[in-house]
Design a protein around this ligand. Structure first.
Ligand SMILES: N[C@@H](CCC(=O)N[C@@H](CS)C(=O)NCC(=O)O)C(=O)O
Length: 232
């Protein structure tokens, strides 16, 4: 049986990690049976990041490597009817969401002082008070360093948000009026789309990006559609 290691549900979200939500959505859409292990501390994960899976004697860390493994071992029911061009577009969209839009989310969610207070008292609420501030402070410092190294952390909040809004506009234009990115049936790229868009809509963190999704002709309905297909 496949074991999925993901975070404890948070902020009304099945998973506050878009990568973990993407992977669980993929498992559901692909019709694969799995069990869930909820992780609190990612530092103990094989690559110190969530999600990962264990399947028999195999441990695979990184949502995309997990999906590649699952497709190789169990088949690719979500990708077999896609053209090479659709795969290429899906790949580009997925990479945009994971390697750039993600950092816009990290900036709004973790660098804003009010959000920091909320995360510290909820997600980190189980950690005893004397060390909670120390651990949380260390995490924020590490994230700032990573964001600076990545480059995104060198821009103003407004510039960063504009990157995110441009990404959402690109996604919206490719989705158009379709039910899913490539027609009437979901593909693995919709698992990524859902993991990220649903997380952008997480209730305690309203941003211009969540407003963009609310005002979009199809994006809110798309989130609901993928969620229903995968989890209902
Ligand atoms: N490329 C990885 C990214 C995973 C990732 O960044 N996970 C974050 C949560 S959203 C994490 O575990 N961060 C913990 C840390 O960096 O300490 C994937 O696709 O799984």
């Amino acid at each position: 049986m496949i074991e999925l290691y993901k975070f404890v549900p948070q902020f009304g979200m099945r998973d506050a990690s878009p990568f973990a939500l993407k992977l669980e959505t993929y498992l559901r859409l692909a019709g694969l049976d799995y069990t869930v292990n909820e992780v609190i501390d990612p530092s103990k994960a094989p690559k110190a990041k969530i999600p990962y899976i264990v399947d028999g004697d195999q441990t695979i860390a990184d949502s995309s490597l997990c999906i590649t493994y699952l497709k190789d071992k169990y088949g690719d029911p979500l990708g077999e009817n896609l053209s090479p061009e659709q795969h290429a577009i899906g790949h580009a969209l997925k990479t945009m969401l994971e390697e750039r839009t993600y950092w816009v989310m990290v900036n709004t969610r973790w660098m804003d002082e009010e959000n920091q207070k909320l995360i510290k008292s909820t997600w980190f609420g189980g950690i005893p008070a004397p060390i909670r501030g120390f651990i949380f402070g260390k995490i924020i410092k590490g994230m700032k360093k990573t964001m600076h190294g990545h480059g995104i952390g060198r821009h103003t909040d407004a510039e960063i948000m504009n990157f995110g809004l441009a990404d959402l506009a690109a996604f919206e234009n490719i989705l158009g009026d379709k039910s899913y990115l490539f027609g009437d049936t979901p593909s693995e790229y919709d698992a990524t789309g859902y993991g990220f868009l649903a997380n952008i809509m997480a209730k305690p963190f309203p941003t211009p990006m969540s407003t963009f999704i609310e005002n979009s002709k199809n994006l809110s309905a798309y989130i609901k559609r993928v969620e229903t297909k995968a989890f209902d």
